[in-house]
Design a protein around this ligand. Structure first.
Ligand code: IMP
Length: 196
């Protein structure tokens, strides 16, 4: 079975991709690969940050690997917080402070259009491939719901009528940016591997 390193230590993300790949690939996290480096995200696009992460892991291991980067892009803020989504209100990566900062930035603004965007960078047999997943929606003017993480309480995906934080994981996955990018990665790998 082919082994691929996923440049993350987030167990939920690892489980999700194993599931999407029908357990036909051996997916291991950084920790499971024995890699303890803190990978920087120095660039100003999701594409460049994702590429940097998978290149670093590929250079360290010589193995096939992939990484992902996600941002919330708000139309009225010219795409901010974007690549800075995790650190919007400071390096401590505090979700509540990030949401407060977003609400202040949008005070009095009627255009609430936004989207989550995920970019996956895969290095497979020495070549890089990218897969994108987009979830369009709107930013609320106050938090709604208790589930999820990050900006979930402030984001209603188009067609949903409720925030990500008011959804079960299964329901969120029917809209999710990350799920869409993951599905494209899975399709690519299964096709390449003759397992479709
Ligand atoms: P990451 O690249 O998946 O770590 O995402 C970067 C940041 O974007 C996170 O720290 C969150 O603030 C935000 N984010 C990413 N995906 C989601 C989501 O599905 N819901 C809410 N916020 C998210």
């Amino acid at each position: 079975m082919d082994t691929l390193i996923f440049a993350t230590n987030n167990e939920n993300k690892v489980r999700e991709i194993r599931h999407a790949l029908n357990n036909q690939f051996h997916i291991i996290s950084l920790k499971e690969a024995g890699i303890l480096v803190d990978i920087p995200e120095p660039h100003d696009t999701l594409e460049d940050n994702a590429r940097e992460k998978s290149l670093v892991i590929h250079q360290l291991t010589g193995k096939d690997c992939f990484s992902e980067d996600t941002g919330l892009e708000v139309e009225a803020l010219d795409g901010a917080p974007g690549v800075l989504s995790a650190r919007y209100a400071g390096p401590e990566q505090d979700a509540s402070k990030n949401m407060e900062k977003l609400l202040s930035a949008l005070e009095g603004i009627t255009n609430r259009k936004a989207r989550f965007r995920t970019v996956i960078s895969l290095i497979y047999h020495g070549k890089e491939y990218q897969f994108e997943g987009i979830c369009p929606g709107v930013i609320l003017d106050k938090k709604q719901g208790e589930q999820g993480f990050g900006y979930d309480p402030l984001f209603i995906p188009d067609g949903a009528g409720k925030s990500f934080a008011d959804m079960s994981m299964e329901e969120k996955n029917t809209y999710s940016h990350r799920k869409k990018a993951t599905a494209k990665l899975a399709e690519f790998l299964m096709t390449r591997h003759g397992k479709n």
